[in-house]
Design a binder for this molecule. Structure first.
Ligand code: NAG
Length: 363
C-alpha cells in the first residue's frame, strides 16, 4: 500500500524540483537578458542617431530654392527617411537586435511621428521609458533603484554598480583597484585613505617599504613589508640580507642586496668563494689558480721547476686551471706509454697535430 503511493508522490516531487530548477534558470537568464537587452537597445538608438545625422547630410542638395527647402523639410520628418534610418539599425547577423527591432518597430514609428519634438532623447524615451530594458544612469534593476552610494556617484565614484543603466543587475559595487568594501570607501592593504568622509574616499598606494600605512612615505608605515625593517626612527629601511655573517647564497655565489630583497650571483670561475663579480673579488682562488696582486690567475703548471709530465716523449700543455700531458710529435699513446708511430700512420697523419692526449693525473 505504501509502496504504491510513494510512486506517484516521488514523481510529483521530481517534477516539482524540475519545474523550480527551470524557473530558477529563467530568473538568472532574465537578469542576464535585461543587461544584454539594454545593450542591444543602446546599440539601436546609437545607430538611429548616426542614421539620423547621415540622412540629414545626404539629402541636402546644396541649393536653397524655396522648392528645395519645402522638399527638404518634408523629407526631414518623412516615412522614407525613417525607413532609411531603420535599415541601418541592426547588423543582419545580430539576432537579438533584429528581434528587438521587429518587436518594437511600431514604437519607433510612434516616436518618429508623434513624440520626437517633446522627447528628443530617443534612448531615454525608447529604451528606458517605453520598452523598459534600460534605466537612467546610476540606477539598476526592474524598478531602476539608485546604485550604492547614489545615482550621481555610483559606488562613491570608486567602482562599478552591477547592472548600472539597465533593468538587470543587483546594484552591488565592484570596486576599482585600491578600494574595497560594500561602498568602495575602504582601502585595500598597501593603500591608505588620503581623503575620507562619509561619501568620499581617495585611496593612495603606500610607500614600497610598507605593508600597511597611514601616509605616503616610509615614515608612515604601520608595518614594514618583508625585506624592510624599522630603524630607530621607526622608518622602514631596506634589510641588507647580504651583511649578515652567514650569506644566504651558495658557496660559489656572492650576495647582491637590492631594495626589499637580494639576489645570488655566480662567482667568477677562478674563485673559490667570492664577495663580488670578477677574478679580483675571490675569497680564495680555485684549484689551478693563484693569487697575483689580488686577482686569481691561471697557474702554468708546465713552467714549474718540477716537471709535471714525466714520461718519455711527453710534452706538457697548459690549460685554464689545469694542464695536459700529450705525446710529442711522431709519438702516440699506447698502454700509458708514448711510442713511435709506425711509418704508414705517420704519412697519413703528417699534417695533423698531436691526436692523443691524456688529462693529468690519469697517466
Ligand atoms: C567629502 O569630501 C569631499 C572631497 O573633499 C567634499 O567634496 C564633500 O563635500 C565632503 N562631504 C562631506 C559630507 O563632508
Amino acid at each position: 500500500m505504501e509502496m504504491l503511493s510513494t510512486g506517484p508522490e516521488l514523481r510529483t516531487l521530481r517534477l516539482l524540483s524540475c519545474v523550480s530548477l527551470v524557473l530558477l534558470f529563467q530568473v538568472i537568464d532574465a537578469k542576464r537578458d535585461f543587461k544584454s537587452a539594454c545593450n542591444t537597445c543602446q546599440q539601436i538608438t546609437d545607430n538611429f542617431n548616426k542614421g539620423f545625422d547621415k540622412t540629414a547630410k545626404q539629402n541636402f542638395g546644396g541649393g536653397n530654392t524655396a522648392w528645395e527647402e519645402r522638399k527638404l523639410s518634408k523629407y526631414e520628418t518623412s516615412e522614407i527617411r525613417l525607413m532609411e534610418i531603420v535599415e541601418g539599425l541592426c547588423d543582419s547577423s545580430s539576432f537579438e537586435c533584429n528581434r528587438m527591432l521587429e518587436e518594437h518597430e511600431e514604437q519607433l514609428e510612434t516616436w518618429w511621428f508623434k513624440r520626437q519634438t517633446k522627447n528628443p532623447d530617443l534612448h531615454k524615451w525608447f529604451c528606458i521609458e517605453t520598452i523598459k530594458v534600460c534605466c537612467p544612469k546610476g540606477t539598476f534593476g526592474p524598478d531602476c533603484n539608485a546604485c550604492v552610494g547614489s545615482s550621481e556617484r555610483p559606488c562613491h565614484g570608486n567602482g562599478m554598480c552591477d547592472g548600472d543603466g539597465t533593468r538587470g543587475g543587483d546594484g552591488k559595487c565592484s570596486c576599482d583597484h585600491g578600494y574595497e568594501g560594500e561602498f568602495c570607501l575602504d582601502c585595500i592593504e598597501g593603500y591608505f585613505n588620503e581623503v575620507r568622509n562619509e561619501t568620499f574616499s581617495l585611496c593612495t598606494e603606500c610607500h614600497t617599504s610598507c605593508k600597511t600605512c597611514t601616509g605616503a612615505t616610509n615614515q608612515d608605515c604601520d608595518e614594514c613589508k618583508e625585506g624592510w625593517e624599522e630603524d630607530d626612527q621607526e622608518t622602514c629601511v631596506d634589510v641588507n640580507e647580504c651583511s649578515s655573517d652567514s650569506s644566504p647564497c651558495e658557496e660559489d655565489q656572492y650576495c647582491l642586496n637590492t631594495e626589499g630583497s637580494y639576489s645570488c650571483k655566480a662567482c667568477d670561475k677562478v674563485c673559490s668563494g667570492c664577495t663580488g663579480a670578477g677574478p679580483d673579488m675571490c675569497q680564495a682562488c680555485a684549484n689551478g689558480y693563484q693569487n697575483t696582486e689580488g686577482s686569481c690567475t691561471d697557474i702554468d703548471e708546465c713552467l714549474q721547476s718540477e716537471p709535471v709530465c714525466t714520461k718519455e716523449h711527453q710534452e706538457c700543455v697548459n690549460t685554464k686551471g689545469s694542464y695536459t700531458c700529450i705525446c710529442s710529435n711522431g709519438y702516440e699513446e699506447q698502454n700509458d706509454e708514448c711510442v713511435q708511430k709506425s711509418q704508414s700512420e705517420k704519412v697519413g697523419e703528417s699534417e695533423e697535430s698531436e691526436t692523443t692526449t691524456s688529462s693529468h693525473g690519469e697517466l
